[in-house]
Design a protein around this ligand. Sequence first.
Ligand SMILES: *Cc1c(COP(=O)(O)O)cnc(C)c1O
Length: 235
Amino acid sequence: MSSIQQNIEHITSQIEAAQQKCGRAPDSVQLLAVSKTKPNQAILDAAQSGQLAFGENYVQEGVTKVQFFNQNHPELDIEWHFIGPIQSNKTRHVAEHFDWVHTIDRAKTAQRLNDQRPDHMPALKVLIQVNTSGEDSKSGINDEDIFALAELISSLPNLTLRGLMSIPANVTDYQSQLDAFQSLAKLQKVLSDKYPDVDTLSMGMSGDMEAAIEAGSTMVRIGTAIFGARDYSKK
Ligand SMILES: *Cc1c(COP(=O)(O)O)cnc(C)c1O
């Protein structure tokens, strides 16, 4: 077994332990492997152990990987999640290549993704990115604007609203992590009462996964703990 495969096994057992500890059903939290900056070989390695959902942050890099796997490994049937900031001039590439987008925080992006989604592809599954910690994150909308954006998305035929996502401030104390995640989970509850397709809460990364799971995360986004530290010097 490769080290990536061992890491996935380790994370999977941590997810299971966290679910069990707070009384959540087994398999209620999906693992999204964040492969940004990592080579195709690392993704292939993970995919061959059964990990088939990957998150990418940079449009060009992500599209190149999607094309590579569509051409060379169509049998793997990978699910691609776009989890980086989206500039409006790049929406077309995202609409044409990805299955999910976690980072919608304005009407214009939603509208463009809808208009540019090819007819032969299923509706793009989308999450609204919420700025739960105010100051230190530039991305994400504020709580009070979520519902207007949700209403717009639900009217767009080529998008399906599936829930919320956040990247909270990088704090290490468990209670602060939990507080931020629980406030997102409350908003999610209101949203899911209104929109039946809403079932996904994308929160939790390598450093705060346990608190996210306790608060109700259904998808944790893990990069470093699977693929090792990222090297940005070559970008
Ligand atoms: C990079 C990234 C992750 C993964 O972070 P790690 O700390 O490497 O686990 C998760 N979510 C988003 C949005 C990211 O950009």
